[in-house]
Design a binder for this molecule. Sequence first.
Ligand SMILES: Cc1cc2nc3c(=O)[nH]c(=O)nc-3n(C[C@H](O)[C@H](O)[C@H](O)COP(=O)(O)OP(=O)(O)OC[C@H]3O[C@@H](n4cnc5c(N)ncnc54)[C@H](O)[C@@H]3O)c2cc1C
Length: 431
Amino acid sequence: MTDLHTPYDMIGIGFGPSNLALAIALQECAAPLKSLFLEAKPEFAWHPGMLLDNSDMQVSFIKDLVTLRNPASPFSFLSYLHAKGRIERFVNRKTFFPSRHEFNDYFTWAADQMQDVCAYDQRVEAVAPVQGNSGTVELLDVVTTDASGRESRRRTKDLVLAIGGAPNIPEVFANLRRNSAVLHSSSYVTQGKPKLASAEHPLRIAVIGSGQSGAEIFWDLVNDPAQPNVDLIFRGQALKPSDDSPFVNEIFDSAFTSDMYNRPKAVREAFLTEYAHTNYAVVDGDLIEQIYGVFYEQEVIGTESHRLWRNTQVHSALAVDDGVELTLSQRGDVSRQRYDLVILATGYTRRLGDTILSDLAPWLTAEEAERSYQVPTRDGFQPRIFLQGYCEATHGLSDTLLSILPRRAEEITHSLISGLTPMPKALTAAE
Ligand SMILES: Cc1cc2nc3c(=O)[nH]c(=O)nc-3n(C[C@H](O)[C@H](O)[C@H](O)COP(=O)(O)OP(=O)(O)OC[C@H]3O[C@@H](n4cnc5c(N)ncnc54)[C@H](O)[C@@H]3O)c2cc1C
């Protein structure tokens, strides 16, 4: 399919929560734009590979797709609860933190109402510049393939990239990328759990990483009916708790974005390091206590089904018959361990140069976006490119999270329609 005659005003790449929030903001402002979002998955799903039972949101439900921008929006989490007939029972639970299953259901409910602006099963493979007679880049061609390999090409004036992070595979596992005994946490539920269910004997599994995903997967595995033996392997001394205390939490307020952006680069870098423990290599406090309890109880009973490898580095990983052999170094003691399955809870990378925008590199003057989330480009390049989730270094730790979605969507909407029409004011509850 090729649709080059009437270019879109805006194409959004990816339809996760960020671009979903943008789609809703555009609709609520009745933005006079011809826009379309392209999503690789066949239907909406929020991190389906980590949709674990018993996992809760790490952000208040008030930080949904819309409320901070427009508390009267029909796309709020409360509107969702009302539509599902659960609003009073949710109140009875007295929690700000719904389960991840419920928030995924909320996102899906909102995405289902936005079907007409999203094309699913459209993986964007490339974005190519379209030059006019003068050599100026006037438009962009967005090239997609579907599951059957069929290619489509659509033309646009502006672009909003919101593709999330790419699984981070440590160098030592680079040669095992295609080995089915090595998985990234992002495919734990979709690929890891079926392996467990079909195993003829209890599997020996290594979970690598001391962040929230590693801890959640470890906890899920030790409670799995297939009764695997699980080793949790990480470089540090201890699983550390995430800090979500109120003063610290203010760094996720939308007003903090400008505060962060206006600081000198070195100050921003020091800040990100100082507050990394709000999001990276940290675990929810309750979960740490549950995991501690697993090892304590093993000591009481005198078993060693599960092991904690702290202060441990993975030196090498080798494919062996039906599994992987890891060479582990724990404070100088080296040992070889064989596993049926290795799960890399090693986070995500977000490097703009490694994304589908790489063909545009000659026109981009910097990888860092401006305050408006727009990527600076050379003279002679007219399309505007906005980034969602790729601005942590400049806009702060909230950039990859849900906290600022509605306000960021509002700002990008404003930029997209500026020059076309005044930004309509969102209704407040009082109005
Ligand atoms: C397990 C887990 C739990 C989390 N829990 C929380 C939480 O509780 N609170 C919080 O604030 N944050 C949480 N986060 C952070 C998370 O990044 C945000 O919740 C949110 O998913 C960001 O939305 P996004 O749309 O920017 O990115 P994503 O949700 O990653 O969505 C990106 C979308 O782009 C699509 N895509 C990628 N490449 C292409 C392509 N080439 N073509 C077309 N489509 C493409 C993907 O299929 C995906 O649907 C969590 C992250 C994980 C991994």
